[in-house]
Structures are given as structure tokens and as C-alpha cells.
Design a protein around this ligand. Structure first.
Ligand SMILES: Nc1nc2c(ncn2[C@@H]2O[C@H](COP(=O)(O)OP(=O)(O)O)[C@@H](O)[C@H]2O)c(=O)[nH]1
Ligand SMILES: [Mg+2]
Length: 231
């Protein structure tokens, strides 16, 4: 519990045995529940996470968004925090981020990796791709978004009820932010964090995922209400 709020951390993992160990070892005591969504890993991710006390949920259909949709269904905390299983997001900043949410007056806070603090942490290509996607999202949705692809979010669980989340892939990251932005009753803020080099192999395919995310943005702008609720 943190200030009378139950806290759930949700982590999607595809072959992250190296990173998940480091992440779970640093989860603070006030976190009530850690959900690791094992997205068909063939390494020891699930076993390690279980041994370290996480609630491991298996989702055999691949995809970052798919993993999140499954994991979020099980989250019971009042406040949900997400991050990657690769130890690239700051686990030691959880209380800072919860405080930011509690003081922000909004329902959804996204941790921005920009301005970049560690120039080694993000490959040049990813940096350029992230900047382009964030710029396009900002123009299309008339709202300044510094890091549309960040995978660390802090939000009240009840914000989920107001969202329509469709994407099974990497576009889930921009989709959940845009849902918070376009649903005025939720509200959106960004707050800078330090981003580090990931452990293990990256799963993002820059060209393919970058293109898919760009098309997703355009489609979402044209047909904002399409799709179904996250099931
Ligand atoms: N790309 C991808 N990532 C997945 C999948 N399932 C879970 N993940 C996890 O989603 C997180 C984001 O992937 P990552 O390679 O770190 O992308 P990046 O942080 O954008 O470079 C990692 O913790 C992955 O292990 C999946 O099917 N595809
Ligand atoms: Mg990552």
C-alpha cells in the first residue's frame, strides 16, 4: 500500500530472464502485486518471476499490446504502474511517479524518456523513430507529447474503464496515451525519468514497428471511436 492505495505493477515479458531478475529485485515493499505477463517465453522468465514472488500470467499470443491487455485484466490495485521487463525503466522511481500522479490532478501519467539523460540508453534509430512518432501524434491530436512510445505509465485503475484499447502490438503504447488524452475525464501528463540500457536482447523491430505505429496513429485520428473495449 502507498498512502492507502493498493499498488499493482504490470510487466510484459518475452524472453527477459536477465532483465526481470533485476527489475523484481528492486520492486519496493509498498507494491502489493506484481503481474508478469509471460508472452510465450522460451527462456526461464516465467520460472524466475514466479520464484521471485510475481503473479505470472501466460499469454501465448505474441504482442506487446496483447500482453498488456491480458495483464491489466488481472490487476486489482487502485494505482497501476507499468514498465518493461528489461530493466531499462527506473524501478527506484516508483514512489516519485506515484506522488506525481497523486499531485497531478490527472488520471494518467506517462514517464517520458526525453530529454535524454543517458545518451547510450537509446539507439540512434529508435531515438529518431520515437521523435517522429511523437511529433506526428502531437500534430494529429493537437497536444504536445514528448514521448509517445514510453512504456512506463502510472494511472488510476478506473481510467481503464473509460478506455477503448485495441492494439495487440507495439502501438498499444501510443494508444493508451491517446485514450487518456482524448477522454477529457481521464487527463494526461508527462514527467521525465531516466532511461537506461536494456538487459538482454531487444524485441522491438524498428522499421516494422515504427511503420505500424505510424499507420495506427493515422487510422486512430481518422476513426477515433472504432474498436472494442479491452477484453
Ligand atoms: N516486441 C514485443 N515485446 C514484448 C512481447 N511480449 C512482451 N514484450 C515485452 O515488452 C517490452 C518491450 O519490448 P522492448 O524490446 O523492450 O521494446 P523497447 O523498449 O521499445 O525497445 C519488453 O519487456 C518485452 O519483453 C511481444 O510479443 N513483442
Ligand atoms: Mg524496453
Amino acid at each position: 500500500m502507498y498512502k492507502d492505495r493498493e499498488i499493482t505493477v504490470v510487466i510484459p515479458c518475452l524472453n527477459e530472464e536477465e532483465g526481470i531478475k533485476q527489475v523484481l529485485a528492486r520492486i519496493p515493499d509498498f507494491v502489493d502485486e506484481v503481474i508478469v505477463v509471460d508472452n510465450g517465453s522460451t527462456d526461464g522468465t516465467g520460472k524466475i518471476a514466479r520464484e521471485m514472488g510475481a503473479n505470472v500470467i501466460h499469454e501465448n499470443v505474441r504482442g506487446y499490446g496483447r500482453a498488456y491487455k491480458t495483464g491489466l485484466l488481472h490487476a486489482r490495485g487502485d494505482i497501476i504502474i507499468t514498465l518493461d521487463g528489461d530493466h531499462s525503466y527506473p524501478v527506484d522511481a516508483l514512489s516519485y511517479l506515484i506522488e506525481a500522479l497523486l499531485h497531478s490532478g490527472v488520471g494518467f501519467v506517462s514517464a517520458s524518456r526525453f530529454p535524454v539523460q543517458d545518451s547510450q540508453a537509446m539507439a540512434r534509430m529508435n531515438l529518431v523513430g520515437n521523435k517522429i512518432l511523437s511529433m506526428v501524434a502531437s500534430v494529429l491530436f493537437l497536444r504536445w507529447i514528448r514521448d509517445s512510445q514510453s512504456g512506463m505509465w502510472i494511472f488510476y485503475k478506473n481510467a481503464l474503464e473509460k478506455m477503448e484499447l485495441i492494439s495487440d502490438g507495439m502501438a498499444f503504447s501510443e494508444e493508451i496515451k491517446l485514450e487518456a488524452i482524448t477522454k477529457a475525464e481521464i487527463g494526461f501528463r508527462e514527467i521525465p525519468i531516466r532511461y537506461s540500457n536494456r538487459a538482454g536482447e531487444k524485441k522491438l523491430r524498428p522499421w516494422r514497428d515504427g511503420w505500424t505505429n505510424l499507420v495506427f496513429l493515422l487510422k486512430k485520428r481518422v476513426t477515433p471511436g472504432r474498436g472494442r473495449r479491452a477484453e
